[in-house]
Design a protein around this ligand. Sequence first.
Ligand SMILES: Cc1ncc(COP(=O)(O)OP(=O)(O)O)c(N)n1
Ligand SMILES: Cc1ncsc1CCOP(=O)(O)O
Ligand SMILES: [Mg+2]
Length: 507
Amino acid sequence: MSHIVWSIAGSDSGGGAGIQADLKATQSFNVHCCTVITALTAQNSLGVEALNPVSTTVIESQLTALSQDMPATVIKIGMLANVQQIQLIAEHLTHYKATWVTPPIVVYDPVAIATSGDALTEEDTVDALKTHLLPLVDVITPNTHETQLLTGVYLIGPEAVKEAAARLREFGAKSVIIKGGHWDYPKGYCIDYGVEADTEYWLGNEKIQTPHSHGTGCSLSSVMASCIAKGYPFKDAFILGKAYINAGLKAAIRYGEGVGPVAHTGFPVTLNDYPQVVEAGSWLADELEFTLPEEFNFAAGFASIDDLIGLYAVVDSANWVEKCLAMGVDTVQLRIKDSEQANLEAEIQTAIALGQKYGAKVFINDYWQLAIKHGAYGIHLGQEDIDKANLAAIQEAGLRLGISTHGFYEMLRAHNYRPSYLAFGAIYPTTTKDMTGQIQGLEKLTHFVPLMEPVYPTVAIGGIDLSRAQEVAATGVSSIAVVRAITEAQDPQQAVLELKQAMTQHD
Ligand SMILES: Cc1ncc(COP(=O)(O)OP(=O)(O)O)c(N)n1
Ligand SMILES: Cc1ncsc1CCOP(=O)(O)O
Ligand SMILES: [Mg+2]
């Protein structure tokens, strides 16, 4: 599907920030970017020489032309040079949000100061931003300085960052990301904070040492706008923005005598460029003095899987476990969702014993205590299950651990635990489980696999049948997990044979 992002921002004659950066960043994510230019800045690598704001009449004519023919999925706002511009943009956003069939999502990167330290507004715009613009913003992405300017909160530590984010939400911004590029806490690290609805999260990565960071804010918010336009959750959009910037900083070179622009290197393909999800119990969390929720324990590094996971059947009874093993399915998971089921423990025990009898890999979903008690080959846990399970006990017992992920945030979170495999889904719509809002699609799988497959076996799950197995396998994923493609097949044995064949015939 084609997506349109509008960038409402200033032109940077030096080509490193503003509209010029936005066009390169959106292009890297194959998103079409329309532009509404608010100022023609005269700047180079050494600084800003003139602002040259565009008149509100000219801005309005650009908005009118675009709104008549090319409405945006996401509107990204950067430099607004004066109060009149802020008011004009706010009026138009209000109108779009009230009248468009699909109201646009607004991403605001509050550009006030250039990397050089020069001001990028004609006057003090803080009050106008708070009154007119912030109530229309879906996600705001200030850096340390911009946060302090907008909130008056000095960011001396994690609690202050949270307080500043809460202020921005009081002004009306629905979600807030406070970028930590200018912090140096813990030393040598860059820590970012995000809050949306009732969830908050922290990301961290080692600082990339380069003077050439011009245009990072504009580029990051444009990547976010592109990913949000493609339907990615805000968290995932931010993670991709971070990874994009990290890769770009590593590749940045000097043009001119001063600060060079961040490089634009396409979709981030190197895991090392991605930030860590700061997980309670991890080293970074300890440094930031985050406390562990009670009874939570962190453990990383689980036993590896002996051979290929291959065709992975997910079934709801020991009887089906046996049928699958007899048919030559490589890996089987017992997934019983009714915890009140009378024979639950017996079913688990039988499934584990069958795995041993066939010398096969049998995973138990959810019931980690029973899996340990009866010596299962492995356990499969979802993201919510991780917080409740005793990971150290699973690790000590030597059981393999598979973790479900739905997107880039969860992928990085799961990576903290160094599990035995990572599952990604749902790839397609499925009737087996309610996955509303969590359908990943083949494109995301195509990005996920090369990032993770060098580290773990990867598993694709959700809506996969014979007609789709080949295209899924073509992503390089090592395993395909299915429920209905086997359990609802007219001839399950034939289905197993054909699925296995499709998995090897994708090249
Ligand atoms: C191989 C595989 N991948 C994902 C899941 C889903 O697990 P989870 O998120 O724990 O959800 P439930 O299966 O418990 O509903 C899975 N079971 N297997
Ligand atoms: C358990 C699970 N987790 C994500 S999708 C899914 C169900 C997959 O079932 P099917 O293969 O029938 O679509
Ligand atoms: Mg589960």
